[in-house]
Design a protein around this ligand. Structure first.
Ligand code: NAP
Length: 343
């Protein structure tokens, strides 16, 4: 008898997604491990991080293999492993998010039970599917910033947020305003800067398209030293920031939208005693105590209800159109997340 198959986007080589990915029929999952959950995927976001992984990371088998792509998904529980079924916390048919859900660009995905979050009915699929990686990343960046800059310096200084139009960037601006930190956003285009300013009241955002953006940033700092940078652009932009930064500034780096290495001269780092700190949401699972994790998840859902405009959607594509979805993610001036919907 022929084994059941399903469609999944798999990676067979390193490099540009157009060459490295294929939509393939693969064998269905066999018996579930005791603490695994099988989810029917309703919607899976295409994160920039997914594209970085496809382009940059090693670990692709020499033989074309089944390296499945996609990292987060909302869907319904189809089946439970024996142990997790006994606990009774999840049931077949429950609406859940897999955070993370490795291999989510597929009809179905298997996720360890500790990565499965039940979702209330009042959160739409579009919000739920993009909520947790972005929210937890922003919380981890705030934790990273606080490890590297004293509370006194944060309260007297200003913090620059690059990639200000991204979901994570807008969350950071929101958290900082709320926590009494003076944030300054830096977006690419004037239109993006204006969009963010109109969405988050009280925030100032400069645009690198403005030839005079450094003076704009300095005027938004209003005499405060820039004691931190939350950066997801990397490349030459980080070097361009140097004249604006205070000594001992912490550069918290978590993305690579601009491509290339962090453009910092070693002499500048030494001379100004900068602190460079990397952040990845993945460390939330190992570094953040369970009570704080539970608080983060509850706070993410609360914020999604109060301010859903932080988590907007642009287009949804079916799995066959995954290359169009990837192109849509990289289109300038996109507002909202891009998703794949297997059905
Ligand atoms: N470290 C982690 O654990 C982690 C987790 C999640 C995300 N990230 C990283 O965070 C970054 C943002 O992710 P996201 O999902 O929040 O993004 P997103 O919401 O999809 O942001 C997309 C926006 O980024 C802006 N952008 C694209 N290229 C840019 C560039 N070269 N310079 C400035 N802005 C640019 C574009 O805005 P405009 O066209 O309006 O300029 C685009 O609309 C990515 O680098 C991602 O890899 C890291």
């Amino acid at each position: 008898m022929k084994e059941p198959h399903m469609k999944a986007v798999i990676q067979t080589a390193l490099g540009e997604p157009g060459r490295a990915l294929a939509l393939t029929d693969i064998a269905e999952h066999g018996e579930l491990s005791p603490n695994d959950v099988l989810i029917d995927v309703a919607l899976a976001p295409v994160h920039h991080g997914d594209l970085h992984l496809i382009r940059a990371l090693s670990g692709i088998p020499a033989q074309p293999g089944h390296v499945r792509r996609g990292s987060e998904a909302v869907g319904t529980v189809r089946a439970l492993g024996a142990e997790i079924a006994k606990k009774g916390e999840l049931k077949a048919g429950s609406r859940v998010v897999g955070f993370p859900a490795v291999g989510a660009w597929a009809e179905r995905v298997v996720v360890p039970a500790y990565c499965v979050i039940p979702i209330p009915d009042d959160l739409s699929d579009e919000v739920a599917a993009q909520l947790f990686i972005n929210y937890v990343t922003a919380r981890m960046i705030m934790r990273g910033l606080r490890k590297s800059v004293t509370q006194d310096a944060l309260s007297k200084g200003a913090v620059l947020v690059t990639g200000a139009s991204t979901v994570v960037g807008r969350l950071l601006l929101y958290f900082m305003l709320r926590d009494g930190i003076h944030p300054i956003g830096l977006a690419r285009s004037e239109a993006s800067a204006e969009r963010v300013q109109s969405e988050i009241s009280g925030v100032s955002v400069a645009a690198t398209a403005d030839a005079d953006w450094r003076s704009r940033v300095a005027s938004y700092a209003d005499g405060r030293p820039i004691v931190g940078v939350a950066d997801c652009v990397s490349g030459a932009l980080v070097g361009d920031l140097v004249p604006l930064l205070a000594d001992d500034c912490a550069i918290v780096t978590y993305g690579n939208l601009g491509g290339g290495p962090i453009g910092l001269d070693g002499f500048d780092v030494t001379d100004h005693q900068y602190v460079v700190r990397g952040v990845t949401f993945v460390r939330w699972f190992t570094e953040v105590p369970p009570d704080e994790q539970a608080a983060d998840i509850a706070a993410a859902m609360k914020l999604a209800r109060e301010l859903p405009s932080l988590f907007t959607a642009s287009n949804t594509f079916n799995l066959e159109a995954f290359q169009e979805a990837i192109a849509a993610v990289e289109r300038p001036d996109r507002s909202g997340f891009v998703f794949l919907a297997p059905k």
